[in-house]
Design a protein. Structure first.
Length: 196
């Protein structure tokens, strides 16, 4: 399965996480090669707020441009986009994002499931979903959508997750391509794109 993953061509990496996932993202970003030809989207469960603290925090860890998504924002490669608090994030077929305030899914807005599902609809086999630490099952159905669309899925090893429930749910219910320790994520992604 690993060889198949290494032969894939990905346009979007979409990362979902909840409790305990921010530390993994902060560990991941500084180690990513600067010119990976891919868009990275990060969907974290967080409290509603209108400050730029998360953007500033992540920007300090990478030289990639980091932006909180705005309605109808174009999706660009080699950028990191963050789902804003209290909005569902959708990927549109015209290569833009849209934001939605419909009811919460799995008690969460943004919902990882919704973001993963919309990315799968648009990007199909060229989307790579990554699910990190968290305390509910959000992301499991979204990963099933990614797999059904021909995309690939990586899950944080529950043994390295601060809260193992979210990655365990995905591993239990979805055919996962790789289960990686937190510190293995960046090296694996760099290898994945080194042939591109």
């Amino acid at each position: 399965m690993e060889k198949d993953l290494l032969n894939r061509s990905f346009k979007m990496i979409i990362i979902g996480g909840s409790a305990g996932s921010l530390q993994v993202v902060l560990q991941l970003l500084p180690e990513l090669r600067l010119q990976l030809p891919v868009t990275i989207v990060i969907v974290l469960h967080r409290k509603p707020s209108h400050d730029e603290t998360l953007v500033e925090l992540l920007s300090a860890k990478t030289n990639w441009p980091v932006r909180e998504v705005e309605e109808k924002e174009p999706i660009l490669p080699n950028h990191i986009y963050i789902a804003p608090a209290d909005y569902h994030l959708l990927v549109e077929s015209d290569n833009t994002f849209s934001l939605d305030v419909s009811e919460k899914v799995n008690y969460s807005r943004p919902s990882i499931d919704i973001a993963f599902e919309s990315a799968a609809e648009v990007y199909g086999a060229s989307v790579l979903g990554i699910l990190l630490s968290g305390a509910n099952a959000d992301g499991q159905e979204g990963m099933q959508n990614i797999k059904s669309a021909g995309g690939s899925c990586i899950v944080q090893d529950p043994d390295t997750a601060e809260v193992a429930y979210m990655p365990l749910q995905a591993i239990t219910h979805v055919e996962i391509d790789r289960v990686l320790h937190a510190e293995e994520l960046a090296p694996f992604l760099n290898v994945l794109f080194e042939q591109r």
